[in-house]
Design a protein around this ligand. Structure first.
Ligand SMILES: C[S@@+](CC[C@H](N)C(=O)[O-])C[C@H]1O[C@@H](n2cnc3c(N)ncnc32)[C@H](O)[C@@H]1O
Length: 280
């Protein structure tokens, strides 16, 4: 999938305004953000980019003007740019490391995930992925059937498998992510994770899951939660992320409507990752 990079420059620079704009773009399909000295870079799948939509979404703030540049990043350049500029190994709670095949090994860390970073989202660097990984580390996955909805690189399903899950299914609407997850499963010698191209519609008729992991975005989670719950075992756990703390009450309301009980949530830089249990 080709991505479009939008470089937003604020004059004068204000971290608070930059955060507000990032939150606004996070609501309309922008998937990742990199801070710069004068604003930020935002990445969106090219078919979803429109100048009109961008300009309607950003609500100007008095006293701060902004300009933006748009650049399409061809698929084949992404890997190289990412490896060179951004992808450094990341260690989570001394329990899990996520590294590229081109990084040195971390033999002292118990769970070692190798990710070939391509266009797919999920290297552990984004707050939402990191918090999802922490949830998986905090829960016993032994013998469980796990769904990794919106699998991206497959990172969450891979860790669930390493933590003892019996069977993992990954689903993503993006063919790049499906291919990348398969590649990463092979790199990590994961043999019990299957991957499908699709969305929540593909869940109907599936066997129920003990755990569902879904790091997508607020609107998709609100719309699809009912379909996730339909394939969650009573007593099973749904862990979600991909939205900001201010949207947590909305997600909790929808979860309650679907028979879920709130357990707890993690929060980092205003991103949150709550866990819910389906009532028995
Ligand atoms: C924020 S990334 C998360 C990737 C990875 N699971 C992680 O935690 O880092 C969201 C992923 O969801 C996929 N996605 C978006 N909409 C979806 C939908 N309706 N159903 C399934 N996957 C979707 C995207 O293609 C992307 O790979």
């Amino acid at each position: 999938m080709p991505y479009t990079k939008v470089t937003v420059t604020l004059r004068p620079y204000s971290e608070a305004v930059s955060d507000i704009f990032v939150a606004q773009l996070g609501e309309i399909d922008y998937e990742s953000f990199v801070e710069t000295e004068s604003g930020f870079e935002a990445y969106v799948q090219s078919p979803l980019f429109s100048r009109e939509r961008l300009e309607q979404q950003i609500i100007p703030v008095d006293g701060v003007s902004f300009t933006y540049d748009v650049e399409e990043i061809p698929d084949q350049n992404w890997n190289e740019e990412w490896e060179k500029n951004y992808f450094q190994p990341i260690v989570i709670d001394d329990l899990c490391v996520v590294r590229g095949p081109f990084h040195p090994e971390f033999p002292h860390i118990p769970h070692r995930i190798v990710i070939e970073p391509k266009m797919a989202f999920g290297t552990g660097h984004h707050e939402t992925t990191g918090m999802m990984l922490k949830h998986i580390l905090a829960n016993d996955m032994t013998g469980l059937r796990v769904l990794d909805m919106g699998c991206g690189t497959g990172i969450l399903g891979i860790l669930a498998s390493m933590r003892g899950a019996r069977e993992v299914v990954g689903i993503d609407i993006d063919q790049w992510s499906v291919d990348n997850t398969l590649e990463n499963c092979s790199l990590n010698h994961i043999h019990n994770m299957s991957v499908q191209l699709g969305d929540a519609a593909s869940l109907s008729g599936m066997l129920p899951y003990d755990v569902i992991l879904a790091n997508i975005n607020r609107n998709i989670l609100l719309e699809d939660m009912v379909k996730y719950v339909a394939v969650l075992k009573p007593g099973g756990m749904l862990i979600m992320s991909g939205f900001y703390a201010e949207d947590l009450p909305l997600i909790q309301q929808e979860a309650q409507r679907n028979g879920l009980t709130y357990v707890d949530h993690r929060e980092q830089n205003r991103w949150v990752a709550p866990a819910f249990l389906l009532k028995l």
